[in-house]
Design a binder for this molecule. Structure first.
Ligand SMILES: [Zn+2]
Length: 129
């Protein structure tokens, strides 16, 4: 078993990945929502400094734990090797504890660290002059 903090951290990076892949995509019709598990694992190792030294198998194990959890919470569907996310992820910062949250549209607006519901866009949008 992995320590909870390691699993939570992994979930944060995975949400970051889903966010980044769809970041420049404002059109839900063009949402990239199908991912292969092995592609996700390889992408994390290749693009995230945090997981650069990880073995593929360890990433896969963590991925399976976190994906099961996210499926229970209605964020995605696991179909064998294929993952389908329900919506894009929005990046929001908690105004209370400053934690950066990546939230699916299927989740309530609530900080995953302190449960405050006072979240704002991150980075904060500049006011138009
Ligand atoms: Zn918070």
């Amino acid at each position: 078993m992995y320590p909870e903090i390691k699993v939570k951290e992994f979930e944060w990076y995975l949400r970051d990945l889903f966010f980044r892949i769809n970041k420049n995509n404002n059109n839900d019709k063009e949402l990239i929502k199908d991912f292969r598990k092995d592609e996700i694992a390889n992408f994390l190792i290749k693009n995230y400094l945090r997981y650069r030294d990880y073995e593929f198998d360890e990433i896969s194990n963590l991925l399976n734990i976190v994906l099961e959890d996210m499926q229970k919470n209605n964020i995605l569907i696991i179909d064998n090797e294929l993952i389908k996310i329900h919506s894009k992820f929005n990046r929001k910062q908690c105004t209370k504890c400053y934690y950066i949250n990546y939230l699916s549209l299927n989740e309530g607006i609530c900080c995953r660290r302190c449960h405050s519901n006072n979240l704002q866009e991150f980075p904060k949008k500049k006011n138009m002059q």
